[in-house]
Design a protein around this ligand. Sequence first.
Ligand code: ATP
Ligand code: MG
Length: 281
Amino acid sequence: MMDQAESLRRLVSQKKGIKKSRVITISGGKGGIGKTCISVNLSLALKKLGYNVTIIDADLGFSNVEIELGVTSKYTLFDVLYNNKMITEVISEGPLGVKYISSGGDFTLIDEGVDLTLFLSNIKILDYYSDFIIIDTGAGLNKVVHQFLQAADEIVLIVTPEPTSIMDAYTLIKHSLVGEKKKINVLINKVKSFEEYRKIYKRFETVVNNYLGVSLNDLGYLEIDEKMTECIIEQTPIVIKYHNGKTAKQLIQIAAKLANQSPPEEPQGLWGIFTKLLKQR
Ligand SMILES: Nc1ncnc2c1ncn2[C@@H]1O[C@H](COP(=O)(O)OP(=O)(O)OP(=O)(O)O)[C@@H](O)[C@H]1O
Ligand SMILES: [Mg+2]
């Protein structure tokens, strides 16, 4: 494993900057709106479409991705920084071969004197392995969420019909994304019908356009599906357990829409994102 990783690392450094993954940060502000559920199922849907996908859990303290994906991990990205772990040692494998990594901490608080070059070359391996890297963030608008929103090229904002969710998503854009040239995709979750989704999306888009001058990209919607909670309890994601169901089909459609839309002109990859984050320390 070590030899393979070592040679891969050399290969990546030779081809400097060639292979960049598309990094997508999933956020939304409010808690319990489906960020983790969608990170996990969207990753699996992208994998089903033939892409290599890595999920990074950036929700510090609560490793919900592990629970919902049904994986466990011993190490985090912080072990790559501080404990000489290779990136290949901190990757766990989930269903369908989706890769999982726990982020482990606040990257703007890294001690001086740590070998960042080695860390960043490990990160480059992830870019090499992955077509998409999905970052699940926690609730609220804390520093880590803000960092990953600011650093990312592409964002998926989860909004539900609850007024508190709409308000939190608005505040999140206002606080972290105004004036940034980023693709902000909006996914309306937990709706009762197509009509409800259209109404909520239009209302949200109008307010964000008018008051913040930010444009949004409509990624679609997911209906309320009780099986979603059942799948979390059973630790088998819905796109696997009910792969022929309506929600799984909607998720595949959303994944296809995301994959088919043009990536940023100059994607920075995870390497670029961490380079940015580490500069802020
Ligand atoms: N479309 C849906 N239909 C029904 N239930 C859903 C749907 N999407 C998410 N849920 C449920 O909402 C709950 C919260 O989901 P999840 O943990 O993904 O939210 P979260 O935004 O990541 O929460 P947190 O802010 O705590 O990280 C779960 O019980 C999940 O089953
Ligand atoms: Mg979560």
